[in-house]
Design a binder for this molecule. Structure first.
Ligand SMILES: Cc1cc2nc3c(=O)[nH]c(=O)nc-3n(C[C@H](O)[C@H](O)[C@H](O)COP(=O)(O)O)c2cc1C
Length: 184
């Protein structure tokens, strides 16, 4: 069993890597399977398991790139950026939320976010770089449709994963005391 300090140290090792900090070289399929297995251990209210994943790797990333360019809707800077970016990380996992009506949507979103955190932690454990990338293009309806998410399923962005190309800076966080009111 890990000590509390070891657990804290491990949590602090999980970092979000910019695309320029990720190597484009392929990674093992077994690593992605572990990452998805970790994701599905997340809690959800009533075990609704609202997370849905679509994995893009290899040449399949071309389809994703085309959708991202289309979602840039004629903005020349964004089109060029989106065209190149899918090749900068070897694996892109589309993050979907398929809500169950018995829960308020925020609970289903929260559950997917917990699944993504589990996935990110497993990536960190495997020595891999990852980041949740959201934003208007990565969550655009055109991209959601390409990925295969139809309403009410929502696309919440992508977790890209690859080998780290840099050593990340240490995690910067406020101390917990500054975010906590403790009444006793
Ligand atoms: C829901 C969510 C969406 C995010 N979307 C983006 C994004 O679109 N672009 C980005 O650069 N980082 C995104 N991030 C990553 C955060 O910027 C990152 O977690 C934050 O800078 C803290 O860094 P750390 O993960 O290394 O602790 C997102 C994180 C979360 C939780």
């Amino acid at each position: 069993m890990a000590t509390s300090n070891e657990v804290l140290g491990f949590l602090a090792q999980r970092r979000s890597y910019g695309l320029k900090e990720v190597s484009p070289e392929p990674i093992e399929r077994s690593a992605i399977e572990l990452i998805l297995q970790a994701a599905t251990l997340a809690p959800s209210h009533g075990v609704t398991e609202p997370w849905r994943f679509v994995v893009y790797s290899g040449e399949a990333r071309a389809e994703l790139g085309t959708a991202l360019v289309a979602a840039a809707q004629g903005d020349p800077f964004q089109e060029a950026k989106q065209r190149d970016k899918v090749w900068m990380a070897p694996v892109w996992i589309a993050l979907g939320m398929q809500p169950q009506p018995k829960n308020p949507e925020w609970e289903e979103l929260a559950a997917v976010a917990m699944a993504v955190q589990n996935a990110h932690l497993m990536a960190a454990h495997l020595g891999l770089a990852a980041k949740w990338s959201s934003g208007p293009i990565g969550t655009h309806d055109i991209v959601a449709k390409t990925v295969g998410f139809e309403a009410p399923t929502k696309l919440l962005g992508f977790l890209y994963v690859g080998k780290p190309a840099v050593t990340p800076k240490p995690l910067a966080r406020s101390d917990w005391q500054s975010k906590t009111t403790w009444k006793e």
